[in-house]
Design a binder for this molecule. Structure first.
Ligand code: ATP
Length: 259
């Protein structure tokens, strides 16, 4: 369980987040949506442990995030950010292995290699494994980064439940891989793990999320199951866009068309 308790956050005089509270369950994919600048990435950075000058508390099950040591945190939570930085050339398989760095001191074990192999297999990266990461396309890099975080959390942890956080994971991905990514994320959540993704595509979120969390100007506007909270009024309120909610003929879930 990931529990956000009255999270507020300011940069200088600017209030970015206003008292956000929510409980996110293991076994579920929660997607955070909202307009540009509404605070989605800031919230993710806070509960992933990248920022600590917030007020309120973040709980990973019964543990306060502020009290979890960095190495311990790396064993239970992985983060895929918008622009993974890497300034030197490394083969793809080594970038995936970076996910295992928190788990070994000098040399990866057979087990570490097995987890990386499995992650590369899942993301169909076998043909790329020796390629210089810096020569890959944007979408190929996203797949490598996703394999890295899956490898990082690739096993049940003795140290507690696992948490996977994805900030706009679909950037640069073609339609096939958008769906493949979200299916992998859902499968990972089912293991179980707590998966949270910042998203822009409301229809993909409606198709794959168990719960949606809507932010607007740093305020939580709605949080709950898609079919219970998504209305034309909500879409108007959050995004200032007129829409019509239909039922997706394939899965019965809500689907939005924009006017
Ligand atoms: N270092 C900073 N100084 C001042 N303002 C900042 C800083 N970092 C972020 N902000 C502001 O905080 C607000 C929230 O930013 P954040 O990146 O969390 O939004 P977002 O919802 O993820 O946006 P997007 O959809 O555009 O990625 C924005 O108005 C942004 O300009």
């Amino acid at each position: 369980m990931l529990k956000l308790e009255q999270i507020s956050y300011a940069i200088g005089n600017k209030q970015i987040l206003h008292s956000i509270s929510a409980v996110l369950q293991p076994g579920e994919v929660t997607m955070i949506l909202g307009p540009n600048g509404s605070g989605k990435s800031s919230l993710l950075r806070i509960f992933s442990g990248a920022v600590d000058n917030y007020t309120g508390e973040v709980w990973y099950d019964e543990r306060n995030l502020r009290a979890i040591k960095k190495l311990q945190l790396a064993h239970i939570r992985a983060v895929m950010t918008q622009q993974p930085e890497l300034s030197f050339p490394l083969p793809v398989e080594e970038v995936v292995m970076m996910g295992r760095y928190p788990h070994f001191e000098f040399n990866p074990s057979v087990h570490d290699h097995q987890l990386c192999e499995a992650a590369m297999e899942r993301l169909k990266l076998n043909d790329f494994r020796k390629r210089n990461y810096l020569t890959l396309s944007g979408g190929e890099r996203q797949r490598v980064q996703f394999a890295r975080v899956l490898a990082q959390l690739g096993e049940e942890s003795k140290e507690g439940n696992r948490f996977l956080f994805l900030d706009e994971p679909l950037n640069n991905l073609d339609i096939r891989y958008q769906h493949a990514f979200l299916k992998e994320a859902a499968a990972f959540a089912a293991q179980p793990a707590t998966v949270v993704a910042v998203m822009h595509d409301l229809n993909l979120a409606l198709q794959y999320a168990d719960r949606l969390l809507f932010l607007k100007e740093g305020e939580l506007v709605a949080y709950g199951k898609p079919e219970e909270i998504v209305t034309e009024e909500l879409v108007q309120e959050v995004f200032a866009v007129q829409s019509h909610i239909l039922q997706n003929p394939l899965n019965g879930k809500p689907m939005v068309v924009y006017k």
